[in-house]
Design a protein around this ligand. Structure first.
Ligand code: PMP
Length: 356
């Protein structure tokens, strides 16, 4: 008798899908963890207090499916209306809704050849064809290359993992060339010195700006992301979200996110620290002979003309420091290093000095 294995029941898509491989989350907490762009500082104490309070209150009850209090807080903070704000369980979930909401199987979407590796996974999952747009040898994005026939555009700004940043005018050029399609700007790393294009949503009804509380508000573990855009785009996201009843934010996330957004002083203070450490680390790495792409994110993308990135990755790991190495064409000469505390970056620099 034929023995049926589980994979016998999988669809063609399931077997051909190449799922996203997230950065390592080691159980061993002794590592200096510079591999997944988390913030080295704890979340706002006010956010933690709000989460504790919410845990002691109404967990018996379902959360607000429309997340009104959080959307109002975000709208007030950025000077928009609640109808221009969407929230999700991390920006990854918002992107998972945005692909089927705005892109279709009929036309190719565009994103940079070197970029966040989730985009091709979502495209594959939803049967959306895509074309990657070449970056130059230094991973720079040229807005002109996005003025071609397409069914939508998505790009992170700053880009990941390269840290390359486009000024507002560059994004405007892409928007001007693509007025009939949705353009998604993924601003996961915008709060570390870049200028957001969120104010442009009033001018461009096809612009969706996606941000997260995972990086600049130290809440990767709470899973909260937000999108800003024309009410019609927000409505599109809601239609997808409401087709999966399980997808609202939980009560702890809603309470913590409101308090984190409201605690502007803490946010600005921790971001200032991360930026100062990044700039100091960039200078020190250059002194050690590394080429470092100028970064406005909470990570740096670095290469050494004489040393193999894969070997450096392994040596650092042996010495208790985890960074990110991508075994992919063009970027396999590079390491992506998240910005930790000053002490953590000093430990990294000490090891690199030692093995130089
Ligand atoms: N976009 C980019 C460019 C990212 O690097 C990340 C983090 N890996 C995300 C989105 C998702 O972040 P989160 O789901 O934690 O909001």
């Amino acid at each position: 008798m034929e023995v049926l294995t589980l994979s016998t029941y999988w669809s063609e898509l399931t077997t051909s899908l190449e799922p996203y491989v997230p950065g390592e989350q080691p159980k061993d907490r002794t590592y200096i963890k510079l591999n997944t762009n988390e913030n080295p500082y704890p979340p706002s104490p006010k956010a933690l207090e709000a989460i504790r309070e919410a845990a002691g209150a109404d967990l018996r009850l379902y959360p607000d499916p429309s997340c009104d209090a959080l959307r109002e807080t975000i709208a007030a903070y950025y000077g928009f209306a609640k109808e221009q704000v969407f929230v999700g369980n991390g920006s990854d979930e918002i992107l998972a809704f945005a692909f089927p909401a705005f892109f279709s199987a009929n036309r190719k979407i565009l994103f940079p050849d070197i970029t966040y590796s989730f985009y091709p996974v979502y495209a594959q999952l939803y049967g959306i064809p895509y074309e990657t747009v070449p970056t130059d040898e230094q991973f720079r994005i040229d807005p002109k290359t996005y003025a071609v026939e397409n069914g939508g555009v998505i790009l992170p700004n700053p880009n990941a993992p390269t840290a390359r940043f486009l000024l507002v005018n560059g994004i405007k050029e892409i928007l001007e060339a693509n007025k009939e399609q949705v353009v998604i700007v993924d601003e996961a790393y915008i709060d570390f010195g870049g200028e957001s294009v969120a104010p442009l949503i009033a001018e461009y009804p096809n612009l969706l700006v996606v941000q997260t509380l995972s990086k600049s508000r130290s809440l990767a573990g709470l899973r909260v992301g937000m999108a800003l855009g024309h009410p019609d785009l927000i409505e599109g996201l809601n239609r997808i979200k409401n087709s999966f009843n399980s997808y609202t934010l939980d009560r702890l996330a809603l309470a913590g996110a409101v308090a984190a957004i409201e605690d502007r002083d803490y946010f600005e203070e921790t971001n200032r620290k991360v930026v100062a450490t990044r700039d100091r680390t960039t200078a020190a790495l250059r002194e050690l002979g590394f080429e470092v792409i100028d970064s406005l994110a909470n990570f740096v993308f670095v290469t050494h003309p004489q040393k193999e990135a894969r070997e450096l990755f392994a040596l650092l790991k042996e010495r208790g420091i985890l960074v990110r190495y991508f075994n992919k064409p063009r970027i396999d000469r590079y390491l992506r290093v998240s910005i930790g505390t000053d002490e953590e970056m000093d430990a990294l620099l000490d090891v690199l000095r030692d093995i130089s």
